[in-house]
Design a protein around this ligand. Structure first.
Ligand SMILES: Nc1ncnc2c1ncn2[C@@H]1O[C@H](COP(=O)(O)OP(=O)(O)OP(=O)(O)O)[C@@H](O)[C@H]1O
Length: 680
């Protein structure tokens, strides 16, 4: 139970703590860190240069994807931007005609008709452009999304495990990132045209008095003052962390209400505990704000005096109009005043829209930069130049009986983990040997298998395959020569047919071979139980949903809903058998020289486990086989050599008899297991 401490500080207090060049804002339950950088013109120039380069790249990429669609869309966007000004122009003409007419005692009906018709025509044209614009936008969106989906898929699949561990923050990148950026650029173009046309209009109205430019400045002065005086947090690079322990505990307790934990929570009888703990944390949290830190900052950084000044400055255009009317009481003063008033709000709206689009474009372009960088990341596992095996007739250090493996003073630690998973390990495996690796949890057994399959590269020391440094081999050929079966292998959301067939790509459609592999993996019974047999997809990525339809009701929709295929499922052990079948399928390729089996049988019943291991042993011909296991028994007794690992080091090696005689770690572990079977 977590001791409850009531929040002592004001729930939304904002204060600065200045350390390590960072400005820290405490905003509700969050800490928000900003970099305290002195303004540097050069830096700003560089930043804008890179933003500009990204914008150009996005434009050219979207244009290349669909040139006509893109140009039409830009045209539609720009016309949308200047639409309001054109409408305002004709509105002014109508009001002016009426005003002059009223003063002269007769309205020029021809001029009025022309102005009304012109405005109507404009409304029709804008409407006519607007509706296809939505469809155009959607077509362009689909193209962009599909293109970047493929780009991200390719980039993600090209990454190796070390790179993935270093780049978890890239997970949020999606094709939508690219589309939002493209959209922002197009909206920005539309707003810019809107602003320019609006400025042109204002200058045009004030033309006679030469006040147009001054009036424009008056209109944007208020918004400009706001922007300069309080730049939005949105535009600043920042790092945010939720630090409030009560808030975090509430989140963790809330997560326990998810379906994933239902069975644990019910069987563990901890429902009331969760509710009570949630209540305690809620009380302890008090009124501390949990809203987005940006929102909290926005509310709390407001000063009413500043706001009042801004409101007064916002009124300058009205003041200006009044002075203008006094100074130039012409026959069209009223209509000019109305136009000035309307254009003032249009100008201000345009200005705000540009500011808003600009801040969003800044953050979109930095996401886009990440997305482009993502595709350029270089894998840490570099490809080699020679094919494996070197030559089937006379391999350098190998033989046709399997792969020869040697580790010389190999050390390795995982990215982000300082402890050595392998610490100065040296060992040698001869071609065709049956090797068993044993050791306590975390002793480095799986890491050893991962290094010889080149999922990772050793930090120091060498791994030699058939006498050659492992890095010298072409990855594709090396991986073709290795078949692994580990707990990290899962079923794909594809048909069982493909799940097994993909073990040997060239024979993915060979049903006979697949059935034979299923038999060796003890998966035949599992497949026979499924109504669609080999064509069953266990985790289909289908999308089915319904709205206001009850499954039990009598309606055509309810029948349709019932007819949706319910996904089939199998047990954990059955899944392991299907995955094992894939490995047997791989053995059919004739290229495999090493089989690495890493404790794949945790959910298998003893009979299936024995059968699986026997089948693997029987497929040993021309292969080296490495088993990683916690279970001692027939495997260790059959082993040519056993390696016993402890804390990343290889502590003992030899046959079962030799190691038992040694009376070390291996014999201790063996005796613990054997004791369980001894009779009193
Ligand atoms: N992906 C990873 N990232 C960081 N550390 C890891 C990772 N995988 C393993 N480790 C660490 O490396 C060490 C060796 O792990 P390894 O999986 O090789 O042990 P093992 O002997 O196979 O254990 P087990 O018997 O539990 O499967 C452990 O300390 C483990 O915490």
């Amino acid at each position: 139970m977590v001791p409850v401490q009531l929040a002592k500080e004001h729930p939304t207090s904002i204060h600065d703590s200045k350390d390590s060049g960072l400005e820290t804002l405490k905003l509700g339950v969050y800490n928000l860190y900003l970099e305290r950088q002195p303004f540097s013109f050069l830096e700003q120039l560089k930043k804008w240069q890179s933003i500009f380069a990204i914008i150009l790249k996005v434009i050219s990429e979207v244009y290349t994807l669909a040139p006509t669609l893109f140009l039409l869309h830009i045209f539609a966007k720009v016309s949308k931007g200047i639409e309001a000004v054109i409408l305002l122009h004709y509105e002014t003409r109508i009001v002016q005609t009426v005003e002059v007419g009223l003063l002269q005692g007769s309205i020029n009906s021809r001029a009025l008709f022309d102005a009304v018709m012109a405005r109507l025509l404009c409304v029709v044209i804008v409407g006519a452009i607007y509706y296809p614009r939505e469809r155009l936008e959607n077509q362009l969106r689909v193209r962009v999304l599909h293109h970047f989906d493929e780009y991200l898929l390719t980039s993600r699949l090209s990454m190796d495990l070390s790179l993935i561990a270093d780049n978890l923050s890239d997970e949020h990148l999606s094709a939508e990132t690219a589309w939002s950026c493209a959209q922002r650029i197009m909206s920005m173009a539309s707003e810019l045209f809107g602003l320019i046309s609006c400025l042109g209009f204002v200058i045009h109205i004030g033309h006679k008095s030469n006040y147009g430019a001054l009036f424009s400045v008056c209109c944007v002065f208020g918004p400009l003052l706001r922007v300069v005086n309080r730049p939005s947090l949105n535009a600043k690079p920042r790092v945010i962390e939720a630090t409030n322990t009560h808030f975090l505990r509430m989140r963790a307790l809330r997560a326990l209400s998810q379906n994933l934990f239902r069975s644990d929570v019910i069987s563990g009888n901890i429902v009331q505990y969760i509710i009570n703990e949630f209540r305690r944390s809620r009380v302890a949290l008090g009124d501390t704000d949990t809203d987005h830190p940006e929102n909290i900052a926005r509310i709390h950084q407001k000063s009413w005096i500043e706001e009042m000044i801004y409101d007064i400055v916002d009124d300058f255009p009205t003041l200006f109009s009044a002075i203008f009317a006094l100074a130039q009481p012409t026959s069209t003063v009223l209509s000019t005043l109305v136009s000035l008033h309307e254009s003032a709000s249009l100008l201000r709206r345009s200005f705000w829209n540009i500011y808003w689009e600009m801040s969003n474009l800044l953050s979109e372009s930095s996401s886009m930069e990440l997305l482009y960088e993502f595709g350029k990341k270089e894998t840490k596992i570099k490809d080699g130049t020679i094919s494996y095996p070197l030559s089937t007739s006379a391999p350098k250090g190998g033989s046709d009986e399997g792969m020869a493996i040697e580790l010389r003073n190999v050390s390795f630690s995982y990215p982000g983990n300082n402890t050595k998973a392998l610490d100065n390990v040296s060992l040698s495996i001869r071609p065709g040997q049956l090797v068993v690796v044993v050791g306590a949890n975390g002793s480095g057994k799986s890491t050893f298998v991962k290094l010889i399959s080149r999922l990772y590269d050793a930090e120091s020391g060498s791994v030699l395959i058939d006498g050659e440094e492992i890095q010298r081999y072409k990855l594709q050929s090396l991986r073709q020569a290795i078949a692994t079966l580990t707990q990290d292998h899962h079923l794909y959301p594809l048909s069982i047919h493909e799940n097994i067939g993909l073990g040997f790509l060239e024979a993915v459609d060979n049903t006979e071979m697949i059935q034979e592999a299923a038999r060796k993996g003890c998966a035949t019974d599992v497949i026979d139980k499924l109504s669609n047999g080999l064509e069953t997809v266990l985790d289909p990525q289908s999308i089915q949903y319904f709205y206001r339809v009850q499954e039990g009701e009598k309606s055509k929709l309810a029948e349709k809903l019932k007819s949706f295929e319910k996904s089939a499922d199998v047990s954990g052990g059955e899944r392991q058998r299907l995955v094992a079948a894939r490995t047997f399928m791989r053995l059919n390729s004739g290229k495999v020289r090493l089989v690495g089996v890493d404790e794949p049988s945790s959910a298998l019943d003893p009979k299936a486990e024995l059968e699986l291991f026997d089948n693997l042993r029987n497929s040993r011909e021309a292969k080296t086989v490495i088993f990683v296991t916690h279970r001692f028994g027939h495997l260790t007794k059959h082993a040519d050599v056993i390696f016993c690992m402890s804390k990343g080091r290889m502590t003992e090696s030899g046959t079962h008899t030799e190691l038992m005689e040694l009376g070390g770690e291996y014999s201790k572990m063996y005796n613990i297991q054997a004791k369980a079977f001894e009779t009193e």
